[in-house]
Design a protein around this ligand. Sequence first.
Ligand code: SF4
Ligand code: SF4
Length: 635
Amino acid sequence: MTTLILWLLVLAFAGAFAAQVATRVRLIAAAPNNFSIENLPFRIKRFVFDVLLQRQTIKERPVAGIAHALVFWGFVAFALYTTVEFLSGLGIVDLTHTRWFEAYRLALAPFATAVFVGIVYLLIRRVFVRPVALGATVSIESIVIALFIATLMVTYLLTFRLAEGTLAGRINWWAHLLVILAFLALIPASKHFHLVLSPITVFLKSPVLGNLPNLDFEKEEVGLETVKDLKSKMVLDAFTCVECGRCQVNCPAWGAGKELNPKAIILQTQDALLAGERDNKLVDVYSEKVLWQCTTCGACENQCPVGIEHLPILIGSRRGLVSNGEAPEYLGAMYNHLERRSNIWGLSYDQRQKFVTSAQLEIFDPRTHDVLVWLGCAGAFEADFQKSLRSMFEILRARGVKFGVLSKEKCNGDPAKRTGNEYMFQELANANIEDLRAAGPKKILTSCPHCVKTIGDDYRRFGYEVEIVHSAVFIEELLREVAPVGSTASGSATASGSATASGSATALAERSGRDTVTYHDPCYLGRYGGKVDEPRNLLERFGATIKEPERNRENPYCCGAGGGLLFADKEEEPGSRISDVRFKQLQATGATTVVTACPFCSIMLKGAHASAGAEGGEMQFVDLMTYVNGRLQKS
Ligand code: SF4
Ligand code: SF4
């Protein structure tokens, strides 16, 4: 009788589970396939760290992350136990009285205790602490699931106290199995479906942050316009979101009070898919406004613990808008500049030539030059940034590095690509690739992190591969032996690399005194490129004591310029300007010098300082190359 009842219950609950899963699987299968497993070793490594070891979950929120990890590891440990209990209850095979099972059952006791502690902590945090990332309302579903998990652990632990054949023992056994069945039926329609899906999404997440494959115009691809255009990984992502809000609280647009919330983007996608709104326009699902508030900083998908990728949805939707001529007005002006003058400012090409001549730059020749210096739109035309480039040239010349530049250079295409104008991006990229191939450099050096990302990553999709390094990395390596380690300088806020591991400063720095500075990591250098130690090493070796701002290193707060927003009319936007928020964070360090390593960060932060008026106080902005060269000259 018991067996029959259990069979009926299993069929009913498993049926409910299967029906809900089937709906989601059908939606994933109906989407255009973009699953990829390229770079398998990287994916396996990430799976081990982020799924099995829960690195990503623990990284940002250590206490809550460890509590979650305890629950996860407990689930894995209990999988076989649950299976054996069901096989026995269903009369298929009884392994519950074997010696190995008894040993296994005993070994689970510490796991059960850990899961219980973990889930009680998470429940208290959700109900009483209520972090803003988890939303304004307490989710009843989360409470029910937490109570289910706690009940499972308690009923398991009671098996050591209640004899198997007794009434209490039988009630306990039934309670355990019924909770598992109810859990099974509840999971697919809840955020707890991530238990099943997140190992898959983490594995399938692109190894490249902000993965934006080229559109194939021969196949008449135009980007994402309607719900049915969403690709398979995007649909899978929508059902995996655990609603933790890490993307939200790390998003600079949301942080500055704008409407964009990356968590909402994923949940709106999920709602639209489940409502069967296949022909609905994505611009109606998300609203046009939010699509243009993204700086493409990458914080959302970089912080997501379950492998969700927001940028392909956001930029894919921008592509859909641009292909229908629906880009904002300010972008129209920038596109015009790119089309007519091949640079974002719309300046005459003669100005680049004037800089090349006045800085005595040679035209690159692979037979005589070690590296090709890529100037970029800022380097070619922006007076302040040209000072920084001149500093870099002085360092290169002093160290005997032979370098040259291209006779002509177009914008790398980043502003076109990240704003969704794929056609313009491909035109610019192809023209540059042709010139680069003709010049034949083995190594490219640039001071613009956006050029590093675009030429290094995006151009690869056209079959062009070249080593491209940011000046912070190149010059740090070049000057390693220039700065002999001298006497100890205490008070250094960071000790992040080989040259500073001993906590020593250079004799050079000692001679000219130490500065207190704060360093702003550019998103495209720190987060996308992972280059966070090199600029700090340089600063410390050349006499700076760094005061770290909140949001630094691989998770910086954006300056607000990325994704084409350099040109947005920010005065009209809701909330604060992203650059203002970042400026205040830098100001709060107490340092009166901000060191930057990206021309666009520099422009944005100077603008924020200017608009802060008297509240902005004394603050100077120095590019890393200018800082280092200045200290070298001083010595
Ligand atoms: S890329 Fe940055 S700005 Fe855009 S949604 Fe993600 S966190 Fe927000
Ligand atoms: S998208 Fe990722 S980071 Fe954002 S709420 Fe969902 S699970 Fe959390």
